[in-house]
Design a protein around this ligand. Structure first.
Ligand code: DWN
Ligand code: ZN
Length: 406
């Protein structure tokens, strides 16, 4: 095995979450008896460049061709997309002549925000079912994985892109060098490439181990990211920290230029990474211990609550929820059902645990005593939406706050 960024073979395996089913491969009722493919879920740390990554790569077609995750299932994420599109259009004074390409465009949720500004838009996404949904919204979508070849075809047919976005997709790509070469091919000389993904510092500090799943290959810190762009015609000129998804970063990339680069803010993030000793084995060893402790705490809580005959359900059927439940060996005996706002997930069953997924209103017709907030990254949105249940005494269990009951 070699590091995805610097190709070093000096990788240190620090945490295994076992062999797990694919976190977004939900099960149909009649398929529950079928054997689910399982794959290693093992985190490695590269001693040379600091990249944290999975080294077992599941064939992307298996994960993304028929894909049930849509960003539009959460108002918080749509609001975030609205802010992102507005900021980019304003910063670049983009007009109707300019091309905006969203890579990993999913159901077109982000491009719909850009559409409001009259710019030319184009999606790239490998999922057959989601590309169809985007096309129905009038969003031209290239149904494929992004690479240099696709980039060249886009540039030839539509011209160079003023804005290229990749939100929660860059960390999913196996050959990231090839992906970056595609950006070099597609990005206009005065264009910006903006990448968003969860940040390693938050991942380690908050032990966000449930955000590890097979589609999520890279867990980026700034240091390996700088290494990745080193020998390219591109440069990172700014990085913003965000609270989304348990702590993410928004990375701004452009063609190398003599323009002012926010070295200060980038260096601050690198200094913080070094102060956390992320360039040593220590924090990763501690992370692995914290994961075991989290599992112990949760299993003990579950046993206590079940011992008192409480009815326990889950809120959200996120990919992270499946990593969490399967790592903790939770079954439908422990958790009666989960609810989710994604229409494509309702009526299916969670991979591994086979817990049934219902529409959100199920918790009003079949009210539980406790709700585990599996989609904890949307705690505010979900708990506000269900304030009346809480008034009736239903309690939420908050995994991201050490299973605090609220
Ligand atoms: O990187 C990825 C992130 C961005 O999204 C993808 N590879 C996979 C996916 O991970 P996830 O499934 O953990 O994402 P979310 O957006 O945290 O999932 C939230 C789930 O909760 C969705 O299925 C929608 C659901 N939800 C709900 O049922 N009611 C969400 C909200 C806000 C709600 O009110
Ligand atoms: Zn490396």
């Amino acid at each position: 095995m070699e590091c995805r960024v610097c190709k070093s073979s000096n990788l240190y395996e620090f945490c295994s979450l076992g062999d797990q089913p694919l976190a977004n491969s939900f099960i149909r009722k009649d398929d529950r008896a079928k054997k689910e493919p399982k794959f290693h879920l093992i985190l490695n740390y590269c001693a040379r460049c600091g990249m944290v990554q999975l080294n077992d790569v599941v064939p992307p077609k298996l994960m993304f061709e028929n894909y049930l995750y849509i960003p539009s299932a959460s108002q918080t994420r749509i609001k975030h997309f609205n802010e992102l599109s507005e900021m980019l259009i304003r910063s670049l004074h983009a007009t109707e002549d300019d091309l905006v390409v969203d890579i990993g465009s999913n159901d077109g949720s982000l491009l719909e925000q850009f559409m409001k500004f009259g710019v030319r838009i184009l999606g790239v996404d490998p999922s057959v079912n989601l590309a169809k949904i985007a096309e129905l919204k009038g969003i031209t979508t290239i149904n494929d994985f992004f690479n240099r070849k696709i980039a060249g075809k886009i540039a030839k047919k539509y011209g160079m892109a003023k804005i290229v976005t990749a939100t929660n997709v860059f960390a999913h790509v196996n050959d990231i060098h090839e992906f970056v070469k595609g950006i070099e091919t597609l990005l206009a000389d005065d264009g910006w490439f903006v990448i968003e993904f969860p940040y390693l510092v938050d991942f380690i500090e908050n032990c966000e181990f449930d955000t590890v799943y097979h589609e999520h290959l890279s867990y980026f810190a700034v240091r390996p990211l700088l290494t990745l762009f080193e020998n390219t015609t591109l440069e990172i000129f700014s990085i913003k920290k965000m609270g989304l998804d348990g702590g993410s970063i928004r990375v701004f990339v452009r063609k190398k230029s003599k323009g002012a680069t926010q070295y200060h803010e980038i260096n601050k993030l690198v200094e913080k990474e070094l102060s956390l000793k992320l360039n040593t084995r220590e924090p990763y060893r501690r992370f692995a211990k914290d994961v075991l402790e989290r599992k112990r705490t949760f299993k003990k809580l579950l046993k206590t609550l079940r011992g008192k005959k409480n009815k326990i359900v889950g809120y959200g059927a996120p990919a992270k929820g499946n990593t969490f439940l399967n790592y903790c060996n939770v079954s439908a005996d422990d958790i009666a059902y989960v609810v989710d706002s994604t229409p494509y997930k309702q009526g299916l069953f969670l991979p591994g645990s086979h817990i049934p997924i219902y529409h959100e209103n199920k918790i009003y017709s079949d009210t539980p005593d406790y709700i585990i907030l599996l989609a904890w990254n949307f705690a505010d949105e979900i708990m506000n939406k269900n304030a009346s249940l809480r008034k009736k005494g239903v309690k939420f269990i908050l995994p991201h706050e050490d299973f605090r009951i609220a």
